[in-house]
Design a protein around this ligand. Structure first.
Ligand SMILES: [Zn+2]
Length: 96
C-alpha cells in the first residue's frame, strides 16, 4: 500500500510552518502546593481555597491536574467532603 500524502491547498495563510514537534513537558513535576508552603492549612471551612480543587461542575480535580501529592490530595478530598456536609460546596453542579 502506498501511503500518499499530498499537502496542498494550504489554508493557513501563506507559509507552511506546521512543524509538529512532539514535545511534552514530561519530567517537570509540579510541586504540591501544600508541601511547598506549610503555612497553608487545608481547612474545610476555607471554601476559597477548596474551590481551586473542584471543577466548575463541583467535582474534585484529579491529582494529576491539581498537582497535589497523595497526602494532601486526600486532605483536600476530606475537606471538600466536610464542606459539602455543611453546604458550602456543591455535590454536583448540573448544567443550566
Ligand atoms: Zn503535599
Amino acid at each position: 500500500m502506498a501511503m500518499e500524502r499530498e499537502e496542498r491547498g494550504d489554508r493557513n495563510g501563506g507559509g507552511r510552518g506546521e512543524d509538529r514537534d512532539k514535545k511534552r513537558p514530561v519530567g517537570r513535576r509540579k510541586l504540591c502546593k501544600f508541601c511547598g508552603d506549610e503555612t497553608i492549612k487545608i481547612d474545610y471551612k476555607d471554601a476559597g481555597l477548596l474551590k481551586y480543587f473542584i471543577t466548575d461542575r463541583g467535582k474534585l480535580v484529579p491529582r494529576r491536574i491539581s498537582g497535589n501529592c497523595a497526602k494532601h490530595q486526600r486532605e483536600i478530598s476530606t475537606a471538600v467532603n466536610r464542606a459539602r456536609m455543611i453546604a458550602m460546596m456543591p455535590f454536583a453542579v448540573t448544567g443550566t
